[in-house]
Design a protein around this ligand. Sequence first.
Ligand SMILES: [Zn+2]
Length: 72
Amino acid sequence: MSVTYLPLQAWNKHWQLDGQRVRCRLCRSVQDLTQASAFTHAPYCKARTVEAQYPSRELATLLQQKIRLGLF
Ligand SMILES: [Zn+2]
């Protein structure tokens, strides 16, 4: 049952919500939650991956899962 909380914890390890924006915890780059484009890290950021990252989309999916499971 605690398993359902893990995805959000994992998300929180890399990202941080700041009002309407999502921030990379490593490079402090921010992106507006409503922005549909891939997240842009600082060039030196170790959290950068080859694949494009969509933290706000991931968060939305996680929250929808929680709502569906009745956790909210
Ligand atoms: Zn970063």
